[in-house]
Design a protein around this ligand. Sequence first.
Ligand code: CMC
Length: 432
Amino acid sequence: MNNDTITATDNATGNQIDLPIRRGSLGPAVADIGHLYQALGYFTYDPGFVSTASCRSGITFIDGEQGVLLYRGYPIEQLAEKSNFLEVAYLLLYGELPDRQQFDAFTTTLRHHSMINKSLERFYDGFYHDAHPMAVMTGVVGSLSAFYHDSTDIHNPQHRELAAQRMIAKMPTIAAASYKHSIGESFVPPQNSLSYSGNFLNMMFSVPSEPYTVDPLAEKALDMLFILHADHEQNASTSTVRLAGSSGANPFACIASGIAALWGPAHGGANEAVLRMLEEIGDAGNIPKYLAKAKDKNDPFRLMGFGHRVYKNHDPRARIVRRMCHEVLATRAQQNDPLFELALRLEEIALSDDYFIDHKLYPNVDFYSGIIYKALGIPSQMFTVMFAIARTVGWVAQWMEMIAEPQQRIGRPRQLYDGPSRRDYHEMDERG
Ligand code: CMC
């Protein structure tokens, strides 16, 4: 018996294949099914990719049972406490923490790419003022591909690096502009003297008529939220970016596809949905009614900000963000924000409820992030945009890793077809 294989047997024919086992540095080994179809004539079936590793990656590791999240081997708790977003961005892109010189060169490069083309600004005028900022982001980021198409050869590593730097540098500018458009204010250009998150706050909240000073706690909280959201292995939006990129598509268009996938309420749209849900619940007295709805299989309502495909014990990001939430609220007028009180009560009740315990449903990162954003004055429609700014680093790092792989091929899943069998076309008058 070979310990490095799993044998798959077709019980109908007795035919067998030894599937090689591949082991990574951490986490479960995988059975390589690349030759299963050739040998036995079967595809595998795994809707939602519950047991399927779609790629090999050395960027982010998650242990969902233990609640572990590592970026390039570094625990998220250490990075959130000691690092800053651009250092984490460097780590995710290049694989190692930078030394002082590398860090300075990296931040200088990003600063020099933070402005957006004047004609790109005019795209915003095509959107109605009440367009959702995520819709605007999808469109504007996608349109960057028109600006940098001929100059982007994805087979050239320098071009890939430049595309990555441009994307990370321009994202806050594009995001803040989508907010300014929605409230009918002039765009504020990036300020190179500010930090990445400080610059974003300035572009969001400053107006030409008044001085604006970045609040250090808001800057710290935002930077930490950006770190927590920077990458998360092969989630829906990252897999979307990889799949789009696998065809050799323009990287800016690939990132736009990631933004589209992120928008859904089961993914990045959850932070906005949490706030809507808390507002709808309104009062702690209504919690039992909403918990009952969440447990009712005939009711589509779910407790937003609860549950995760991978974390079945706790979401390590949620613990960090919960602490930050207390820190931010303690210094604000919203100290006694009824929504935050309601969130804490909901968390307490849900965590002692048998259904949530049995289903291993814990608060995820988005349960608290929306409350922090709200306390910072960021409107709820922008919450998922904040997620997109941070996750751009992960999308770009994963895209670069994929394109650089020597064996890279187009992603092309198969299916279990259950539609009609072959049938003949009949003229319209002859259809019964
Ligand atoms: N409220 C009530 N029941 C839930 C919830 C919830 N939030 N989440 C899962 N369940 C139940 C679900 O009904 C199912 O029950 P049963 O086995 O009895 O049929 C069971 O738990 C497993 O759920 P699933 O939908 O099969 O699990 P999944 O891994 O496909 O979904 C999820 C994961 C995150 C989409 C889901 O938990 C969910 O919809 N949560 C609310 C939305 C949310 O907060 N999303 C943010 C995720 S973290 C940020 C990010 O990654 O973008």
